[in-house]
Design a binder for this molecule. Structure first.
Ligand code: HEC
Length: 146
């Protein structure tokens, strides 16, 4: 019985606290224009929003306009393995694991990324990546691992 009273008391306190927290703002939420725009964008059905200059939204078709940076491609797919070193992948930022590979030459590394190399899957699992995007991702990996 004692416990029951305690719980009731706690609930009352929490309710009071929440009420007072809300009434401080008169229960109204004022959104800035930007926030409203951002919100309606998020609420819009998928596919109906297209932002100019947005990267990475639509699948890249070949190289050229709208292609993702090496860093973006890395973050989207390569990181799964090269961020943790899982499955024997050389880790980003660990030069010892890359130096022997770098010695093979960039062309060879590009080819490995595009066509696959032993445990390294073709296109590094970025199936909609263009060759140029994959090369940028290799550049990003190598630059960060020297
Ligand atoms: C599923 C895990 C996985 C993903 C995803 C992945 N890699 Fe790899 N990658 C590996 C493994 C494992 C190796 C080591 C292969 C070996 O030497 O046996 C490797 C090796 C490499 C190498 C060195 C190849 C060589 O010739 O020595 C490059 C360059 C590379 N990856 C680039 C990338 C890029 C760029 C991406 C993203 C587009 C990517 N990888 C995504 C697993 C992965």
């Amino acid at each position: 019985m004692k416990n029951q009273n305690l719980i009731t008391l706690c609930t009352a306190f929490i309710t009071l606290f929440m009420l007072s927290a809300c009434s401080g703002e008169k229960g109204e939420v004022v959104l800035s224009v930007q926030q409203e725009a951002a919100m309606s964008e998020r609420l819009a059905p998928a596919g109906s929003v297209s932002l100019t200059g947005e990267v990475g939204g639509a699948p890249a078709t070949g190289s050229g306009a709208g292609s993702r940076s090496g860093e973006e491609v890395y973050a989207n797919t390569c990181k799964i393995c090269h961020g943790s070193g899982s499955g024997g992948a050389p880790k980003l930022g660990v030069p010892e694991q890359w130096s022997a590979r770098i010695d093979k030459g960039m062309e060879s590394l590009y080819t490995s990324a595009i066509s696959g190399f032993q445990g390294m899957p073709a296109k590094g699992l970025c199936m909609d990546c263009s060759d140029d995007e994959l090369k940028s991702a290799v550049d990003f990996l190598i630059d960060g691992s020297k």
